[in-house]
Design a protein around this ligand. Structure first.
Ligand code: ADP
Ligand code: ADP
Length: 236
């Protein structure tokens, strides 16, 4: 079943009358299945971030629709969409976006605190994710005392605490060396295979994309081509 469907997305920045406007997306349609691991690749300025922002409800398309698990997100009211995003989506960024005043454990817990989850439930969730991503020994540390790779594993854990259906990641390996990039991509593999979550990422990094089941190439705001990797552990 498709968890995400984008239908003929157009995004024009600036005045639509033409003067100074940029067509960032020019009719993009995309279908992502449950438990799929998808990379969107393309040159700088091709529309990758714009597409990710529209699929995840951060930005609105000029025309076209996005449905997640059968619900059209462009028809949702602002507060309904905000709640839907908090429950359904997890986000991972290039810059990690951790809070320096909180420990690793507190950073991971934060989305659960905002959802007013019970302390015992929060503790168990943090321990389970820290074990899965091998960050148990840094739970008491602050972000500025750990490596970039550890910071990104913390951010990935934080993205997962409320059991989202989809993780959106924008250049998740962009600030990491190749060894840490491999570790992060292995974390995403675990997310898909062990936690049955869908992962959609935008990347410039061919090595990172090689972990994905499917790679969609975008150029000048249009889908140019896509490839599906054979021999992935799950058949779709
Ligand atoms: P990518 O992520 O592939 O680098 P972007 O989605 O960031 O591409 O940008 C696609 C095009 O849209 C580029 O020409 C970019 O300059 C333009 N663009 C992106 N965001 C904005 C914005 N907020 N206002 C105006 N133009 C934008
Ligand atoms: P990336 O290459 O990671 O997609 P960019 O450097 O293209 O990031 O864009 C960073 C931010 O600036 C994004 O929020 C994007 O929407 C915005 N942006 C990009 N191009 C423009 C533009 N021409 N005018 C205004 N904002 C822009």
């Amino acid at each position: 079943m498709a968890i995400l469907e984008a239908n003929n997305i157009v995004k024009v920045y600036g005045s639509s009358s033409g003067e100074g406007s940029t067509t960032a997306l020019d009719g993009v349609s995309l279908s992502v299945k449950e438990w799929e691991f998808v990379a969107i690749m393309g040159p700088s300025g091709s529309g990758k971030t714009t597409l990710l922002n529209i699929l995840s409800g951060i930005d609105q398309p000029t025309s076209g629709g996005v449905s997640i698990a059968g619900q059209e997100i462009s028809e949702m009211a602002g507060d309904e969409l905000a709640l839907f995003r908090r429950k359904q989506f997890g986000f991972v960024f290039q810059e990690f976006n951790l809070l320096d005043s909180l420990t690793v454990k507190e950073n991971i817990m934060l989305p659960m605190v905002l959802e007013k989850k019970r302390v015992t439930e929060m503790e168990k969730k943090v321990q389970d994710l820290a074990k899965l991503f091998d960050i148990e020994i840094i739970l008491g540390k602050y972000p500025y005392h750990i490596s970039g790779g550890q910071q990104q594993r913390t951010a990935v854990s934080r993205a997962l605490v409320n059991d989202p259906g989809i993780i959106f990641a924008d250049e998740p390996t962009g600030n990491l060396d190749s060894k840490s990039s491999a570790v992060i991509m292995e974390c995403f593999e675990k997310i898909v295979e062990e936690l049955a979550t869908t992962v959609l990422l935008v990347t410039h990094d061919v090595f990172a994309a090689s972990y994905c089941h499917k790679v969609v190439f975008i150029k000048d705001g249009k889908i140019h081509s896509s490839i599906v990797k054979k021999g992935t552990k799950k058949e779709f």
